[in-house]
Each structure stands twice: as C-alpha cells, then as structure tokens.
Design a protein around this ligand. Structure first.
Ligand code: ATP
Ligand code: MG
Length: 380
C-alpha cells in the first residue's frame, strides 16, 4: 500500500493474515480533512479485492459511488421520502450449524427484534424515551402476527408458495395491525413518518434491491441530509449490513465494512451500537470493520467509541491538527517523535501500527490505480 518514509522499503498490509499475525482485521484510519483517508481506504479495498475480499461502504458524502460503479459494484442510494428498495421486514433463510450439521432456517425472532429495535430507536430519537414494556410486547406481537398470517415460519419452504416468494409484510402492515390494538393508537401514529411517502419512509415496501454477488456495495447517504433521516438511514443500513453482509458465508468469505466519517455515527448511541457489534462480533464471521474518521478524539469520549477504536488491531494515523497530534501520540502510545511527523505530514503520510510494528508510511497508489482511488464526488 506504500513505502516506509525512512527506509524506502515497501509496506504491505494483510489484515486478514490470521490471529497469529494480527489480532483482528479491524482498522482505524484517522486524519484531518484532506489527509488522504478516503484515498487510502479505497486503495486498501482495491488491494483486498485481489485477495477475494468483498467490501461494503457506508458513504455519507457520495465519495465511493464512482469507485463502486467502476469496479462493477452495487450502489444503493438512499433518499428521504423515497423507498430504497429494501423492505426491513423481508426475511431470507440463513445457514446455521446445529450439532455439527449445517441447516437452513429463517430467523424470525432476530428479524422481529430488529424491527422492534428500529422503532424503539426512532422513539428514543423523538422523545428521549424508547418503548415501554407493553408497547414493545404488542409491537412484537403485531410483527409476529404478520408473518403468521402469511404462514411464514422458521422453515425456508414457508417463504414460497407455488415456487414463488410470498409477499412479505411491510412496516405499513405492522402499523395498521398495531393501530387496532387497544392503547397502541399513539404509537401507531408516531411511526407514520417511517411509512411509504413519509419523510423517512425509506424501508416500507416490497424488496426490489437484490443483494448481487458483487465485489462492493455502497450505501450512498449523500442525499440524506437531515439528522433524523441520516440517523434512520444509517441505523437501517448498518442493521442490514450486519445481518445480510457481515455474517454471510462465515469466516470462509473475507469481508470488510467501511464507514467513512464514522464520528457522525457515534452521535447516536443506537447507531454506535451496531458499530460496536461489528467490532466485537465481526471477527468471528471474517468481517473487518474499517473506521474512517476525522475526529478520532470523539471516539475516546464515550465507552462505546473507545470500545470501537480499541478493537482495531491496525491503526493508520494520518496528518492531524497540532492538538490532535498530541492526543493521538498519547492515546496510541506512540513515540514522541511521531508528533511532529503527524502535524506536518502531507496527504497519505502517517503512522501505521499493526501486529506490534509501528512504521512511518507514505501511502502511494500506483499510477494506474490513481484514477480509481482519487476522491471524486458524484452529483447523486
Ligand atoms: N497517498 C496520497 N498521495 C498523494 N496525494 C494524496 C494521497 N492521498 C490523498 N491525496 C490527495 O489528497 C486529496 C484528499 O484526499 P482524501 O479525499 O482521501 O482526503 P480525506 O482525508 O478523505 O478528506 P475528507 O476528510 O475531507 O474526506 C486527494 O484528492 C488527493 O489529491
Ligand atoms: Mg474523505
């Protein structure tokens, strides 16, 4: 990915090398604006694609759309008030190991919990309070009744009728059912913005986006500007990535989930929770988390933020503002000489630490890689 700025020797990074080499696959890339974080992330993904790794990006600024398209990937553009093509209630069979044997099962319980969690998170965002026990119980009941009505069970066969996938329940169906339950009218009203046509109705409809077997998926959030819509979009995207991407194929498929401008996601504890889940449990599923952020210090202020960055066995610290350079040297326990290097570094220059080795590196894409990895923001 570059060279050592003192010795000139080439620097290779293989964060999937295995626990005997590097404790986990997670990586933090931090640096001030323009320090080369996104270029580095794209270069690392490009190099990892050669090792048969699949990548997913959460892209708040539309900086990975061109790149994803050029590499034959899939871009999912989220827009407030517009259906994303992803039905949050859609279920698919997953492979589980039972008594050493692999079986297929539809995990209705996890899906139900995910829908209840999303609505609880939305309520917390509105009012600072989630759902009370009765609300959570009746909401769960409403979701389960929707599956039951369609005779959808844990059996994968139950998803089909006459060889065709059944129509899945949607948030609208759940909301209607909830509204009929005694005392649930207010909650049913409160979730109306999540329904088709509502300001955050991005996930209410029958699935049209199929996860293709492509090297990269990019969730483009550029058009999702309001804090609330961004919160819902990032929450739902991360939930989807955790369930459908990160755990897919287990350890045998190497994957990375890359979150640019990750400091933004920390603002909401419910969203930060998913980053933490990816950091804590991703390793078991062969999934790397790449946290790309301007403000690493914000991560050090919350237990959840610290858990996320402390779980990154590989860190790349690029140019920092003076005070942040001091903080980085202290937090990552770097040699004092790193401070000046970080404060004066040019784009792509910084300190890389992995498997106990710290080096001063210049990330240097090859000339033929530049057109792909250079930062290009597209209009959509
Ligand atoms: N390794 C590198 N070598 C030379 N130039 C680089 C390198 N990395 C980045 N640059 C230059 O710096 C510019 C900014 O890089 P990049 O978009 O990756 O910054 P960033 O840290 O992601 O900034 P922001 O926080 O604003 O998103 C690039 O357009 C490129 O011209
Ligand atoms: Mg960037």
């Amino acid at each position: 990915m570059g060279h050592n700025i003192f010795t000139g020797s080439l620097v290779f990074l293989d964060r999937f090398a295995g626990e005997h080499v590097v404790a986990n696959q997670h990586m933090l890339i931090s640096g001030e604006t323009g320090s080369g974080k996104s270029v580095t992330a794209r270069l690392i993904t490009l190099l990892e694609l050669d090792l048969n790794t699949k990548a997913a990006y959460i892209d708040p600024d539309g900086e990975y759309v061109y790149y994803t398209e050029k590499l034959g990937g899939q871009v999912i553009t989220l827009m407030p008030g517009r259906f994303s093509g992803m039905n949050i209630l859609d279920v698919e069979p997953e492979t589980i190991k039972e008594n050493g044997r692999k079986t297929e099962r539809v995990n209705l319980q996890e899906k139900t919990a995910e829908v209840v969690d999303l609505i609880a998170a939305v309520m917390r965002y509105y009012s600072g309070q989630g759902l009370d026990m009765r609300q959570a119980a009746l909401l769960e009941e409403a979701v389960m009744e929707e599956y039951r009505e369609r005779e959808i069970t844990e059996d994968p066969e139950s998803l089909y009728s006459g060889g065709v996938k059944k129509t899945m329940p949607t948030l609208s169906d759940v909301q209607k059912r909830l509204a009929q339950k005694a005392g649930m009218e207010a909650l049913a009203d409160a979730i109306k913005p999540l329904l088709a046509g509502g300001s955050i109705g991005m996930f209410d409809g029958q699935t049209t986006v199929k996860l293709k077997d492509v090297p990269i998926i990019c969730f483009n959030l550029k058009q999702v500007q309001s804090d609330f819509a961004r919160f819902v979009a990032s929450y739902a995207s991360l939930a989807w990535l955790w369930q459908k991407f990160a755990q897919r194929g287990g350890k045998s498929i190497k994957k990375s989930v890359n979150i640019d401008e990750a400091w933004m996601f920390l603002k909401h504890p419910d969203v930060a929770k998913y980053l933490e889940v990816l950091a804590r449990r991703g390793r078991k599923h062969g999934c790397a988390l790449t946290v790309i952020t301007q403000r690493f210090e914000e991560f050090t202020h919350t237990p959840s933020g610290r858990a996320i960055i402390d779980s990154c066995a590989t860190i790349l610290v690029l140019k920092q503002e003076e005070h942040a350079a001091d903080a980085a040297v202290e937090y990552f326990n770097l040699a004092s000489g790193c401070r000046d290097l970080l404060a004066k570094a040019g784009p792509g220059m910084g300190i890389l630490r992995t498997s106990g080795i710290t080096s001063a590196v210049q990330v240097s894409p090859a000339p033929f890689e530049w057109p792909l990895v250079e930062t290009k923001v597209v209009g959509t």
